[in-house]
Ligand binder design. Structure first.
Ligand SMILES: Nc1ncnc2c1ncn2[C@@H]1O[C@H](COP(=O)(O)OP(=O)(O)OP(=O)(O)O)[C@@H](O)[C@H]1O
Ligand SMILES: [Mg+2]
Length: 348
């Protein structure tokens, strides 16, 4: 293998699936009106994340993004379904190697770091736990501190001496020090100011190249997801309604829910005058995941819903190359004037 991959080799490399989810569900046992109930936080989710790429996950608050992140990284056992990582089935009890290979970075930089540990100790902690020698730990900690763009002297600093952006660099360093293959970032830049956010996003892109990382990137900020993602999954009430290459999804969302969600993006680009509506324009409340609608979960708020939508859950169909959607308009069981006018209508 040559040292430097050509663009062609790099794109071929990206085609290899690192993580596959097949019908993954997560239910929580909850008490509802004094009775035991099941809350369906994630339901029958299937998708593939290609090695070296970034998969973005978007959807309204409560749609199951963090739950899915926790199921992927092993913090929650799935209730149902299968996950395959690097061609190996993920068992309910993960081995050490599998656990190391998937790391997570959370939103809150404050709570994630121990205030009484130095930055160097915090970053080195996962290695110490693994029994890595002191000398090797120090070497790897110094390297990763440099890689995330912090001065070497910060190893002896404490979290309160750092800015929010710097603390989030430390959290990224702590995830990377164990040399993972997949990093799940759950609202990892959401608490940062816009300018700092841009710096951390650029850092993440550089680290992805340098370490050959694969990202699952979760954010409620649709602009950030568009910027960083190769592919995007849209979730609604625990289910995936659409998956597509990012550019294609933002240019031409197919699912009625995605259309309204994406039309609500605050307009940063003056050439895109149509994104001015608010997500409130979807009729009705999000139904409870304790008693989700039958069939298509979006049907209670969908302007195009017909009887079939309550009777039958729409299968995921490849409406366009690499562009998947779960909606009866695309299974052919619901007819709207034309998909083109549906698209125009959502952005009118
Ligand atoms: N440990 C838990 N026990 C019971 N219910 C839970 C638990 N964790 C999450 N839920 C419920 O599961 C659903 C999905 O929550 P989740 O946190 O995954 O959503 P989210 O998409 O990450 O939302 P947000 O954008 O606000 O972070 C919600 O209805 C939530 O109340
Ligand atoms: Mg969340």
């Amino acid at each position: 293998m040559p040292d430097v991959a050509t663009d062609e080799e790099r794109s071929a490399f990206k085609e290899y699936p690192l993580l596959e989810l097949l019908g993954v569900s997560k239910q929580f046992a909850v008490s509802h009106n004094g009775k035991k109930a099941k809350l369906s936080a994630v339901n029958d989710v299937s998708f593939t994340v290609k090695k070296g790429s970034t998969l973005g996950i978007v959807g309204e608050s409560g749609c199951g993004k963090s739950t899915l992140a926790r199921v992927i990284t092993g913090l929650h056992p799935p209730t149902d379904g299968e996950m395959i990582f690097a061609n190996r089935q993920i068992k309910s009890r993960r081995g050490k190697e599998m656990a190391k290979a998937m790391q997570m970075v959370f939103q809150d930089p404050h709570s994630a770091l121990n205030p009484r540990s130095t930055i160097g100790e915090s970053i080195g902690f996962p290695l110490t736990v693994q029994g890595v020698s002191k000398a090797e730990t120090a070497k790897r900690v110094a390297q990763v501190i440099a890689d995330v763009g912090l001065p070497a002297a910060y190893a002896s600093h404490y979290p309160h001496q750092l800015s929010g952006g710097q603390r989030q660099r430390v959290n990224i360093a702590r995830a990377l020090v164990v040399q993972p293959q997949l990093v799940v970032l759950d609202e990892a830049v959401s608490a940062l100011d816009k300018s700092i956010q841009a710096q951390v996003l650029n850092l993440l892109s550089d680290l992805q190249e340098q370490y050959g990382l694969t990202y699952v990137f979760i954010s409620h900020d649709l602009n950030v997801v568009e910027y960083i993602s190769d592919e995007v999954v849209v979730m609604y009430l625990g289910q995936v309604v659409e998956q597509s290459p990012a550019e294609e999804l933002y240019r031409r969302p197919l699912h009625p829910y995605s259309q309204v969600l994406l039309s609500a993006i605050p307009n940063l680009d003056p050439t895109r005058s149509r994104r001015e509506e608010s997500v409130d324009e979807i009729d009705g409340e999000i139904p409870s995941p304790i008693d989700p609608p039958s069939g298509c979960r979006f049907r209670t708020r969908c302007p195009f819903a017909q009887d079939i939508c309550a009777a039958e859950r729409p299968e995921r169909v490849e409406a366009e190359p690499d562009h998947f959607v779960a909606c009866h308009i695309y299974t052919g069981k619901v007819t709207v004037p034309t998909t083109e006018s549906l698209f125009e209508g959502a952005h009118a």
